[in-house]
Design a protein around this ligand. Sequence first.
Ligand SMILES: Cc1cc2nc3c(=O)[nH]c(=O)nc-3n(C[C@H](O)[C@H](O)[C@H](O)COP(=O)(O)OP(=O)(O)OC[C@H]3O[C@@H](n4cnc5c(N)ncnc54)[C@H](O)[C@@H]3O)c2cc1C
Length: 165
Amino acid sequence: MKEKKMSNLHFRRRMEKHDEIHHKSLFNNLSHHHQPPNPSTTNPPNPSTSCPPDVEELGRSTWTFLHTLTANYPPHPTPTQQTETRQFLHLFGKLYPCGVCAEDFRAWMSENNAANAPRVSSREEFGRWMCEAHNAVNGKLGKQKFDCERWEERWRTGWRDGSCD
Ligand SMILES: Cc1cc2nc3c(=O)[nH]c(=O)nc-3n(C[C@H](O)[C@H](O)[C@H](O)COP(=O)(O)OP(=O)(O)OC[C@H]3O[C@@H](n4cnc5c(N)ncnc54)[C@H](O)[C@@H]3O)c2cc1C
């Protein structure tokens, strides 16, 4: 366990070093598309929350986006929708702004003769595939795996016990 923690720490440091330049250039590029905030109309930033995201905050937000994408995917997508979704995941695996995460994600998708290649022929299939992708990262980071039988409750319908109603 200690060894796993150490290797995760090492992994993170490696990622941070590797990505520093990429992060900066990416966010500099993004900043061209945004108007600077008008100081007279915005609240003063809270110094503890208004910081650039670290790998964890970025990850949480991205998983929210990815699982919500699957939750809103058509139950019966057209061939074009399926192709575009595969293209999106291919580009996502190249552009995700944590280089080591992206590299491992791409490697996972092509592992075992592409047994983990995106499955996008229905909402149910895509939702499960995303859950498995997330579990692969959970496993790598020593986190508990999520029960993929419940992906839809977590991300689309809310829990059966009504606690999200
Ligand atoms: C593609 C990708 C690759 C990443 N690679 C790395 C990496 O290499 N190294 C690194 O340090 N971080 C990586 N991250 C970030 C990492 O996965 C976590 O997002 C981050 O550590 C924060 O974790 P968390 O415990 O808050 O919950 P998260 O893992 O962010 O999960 C958010 C919520 O999703 C739900 N959830 C959890 N597992 C599943 C699942 N299998 N299916 C459906 N719902 C689920 C839970 O309700 C959980 O609270 C990656 C993120 C992404 C999107």
